[in-house]
Design a binder for this molecule. Structure first.
Ligand SMILES: Cc1cc2nc3c(=O)[nH]c(=O)nc-3n(C[C@H](O)[C@H](O)[C@H](O)COP(=O)(O)O)c2cc1C
Length: 172
């Protein structure tokens, strides 16, 4: 797939089948995440947690619902939740930009692999907020969750995005 084709085909997918993501596809998604740019190359200060255990996904979904006063599954029945975390950074806030780069790389590769994905912003704060959940999710001590995506086999299709100037741009 051409890069711009993958960019336009990556859409927020909010319904997933019960089918698990294959190991081969997941590995490609994770490699794409690891290839993302990270400020000052502080890769050792970033962490990627893959959560596929059904009981833990249910627990995180339940905690997100409670935390954000939601009724529907905020993880959309996806089989895989990927949370990016960061250790304390020398430049406050840079971990948010690092995380965004990592998440976008993973979502583009998920698209390439025919998978659906969407950012689930509240997954990070929920995992940090509920005692014990960070450890259960495999996030090492000293790291705080920033945000995550769900990835899975799609139970819905969304039209590719038109490549247009949809953000205000100024040029001087
Ligand atoms: C930082 C960020 C946070 C987001 N949080 C959520 C979320 O918590 N749940 C959700 O369903 N979608 C979330 N989204 C998806 C956006 O709503 C979606 O990307 C946007 O509407 C554009 O649609 P598209 O992804 O199909 O291009 C988030 C996207 C970003 C970039």
């Amino acid at each position: 797939m051409e890069l711009l084709e993958a960019i336009s085909k990556r859409r927020a997918i909010r319904a997933y089948t019960d089918e698990k993501v294959s190991e081969a596809k997941l590995e490609m998604v994770l490699k794409a995440g690891c290839a993302a740019p990270v400020g000052r190359s502080l890769y050792e200060k970033m962490h990627i947690a893959v959560i596929q255990e059904e009981s833990l996904l249910k627990e995180i979904s339940g905690a997100m619902k409670a935390n954000m006063h939601m009724e529907d599954d905020p993880l959309y029945n996806a089989s895989t939740l990927i949370i990016v975390s960061a250790a304390e950074m020398p430049y406050p806030g840079i971990e948010i930009a690092d995380t965004a780069c990592i998440l976008e790389n993973m979502m583009l590769e998920a698209t390439e692999q025919g998978l659906g994905s969407v950012v689930v912003w509240g997954s990070g704060m929920t995992v940090n907020h509920v005692p014990g959940l960070r450890q259960k999710a495999g996030i090492p001590d000293g790291y705080s969750a920033v945000s995550g995506i769900v990835v899975g086999e799609k139970a819905m299709e969304v039209e590719p995005k038109e490549l247009a100037f949809s953000i205000k741009i100024s040029r001087v």
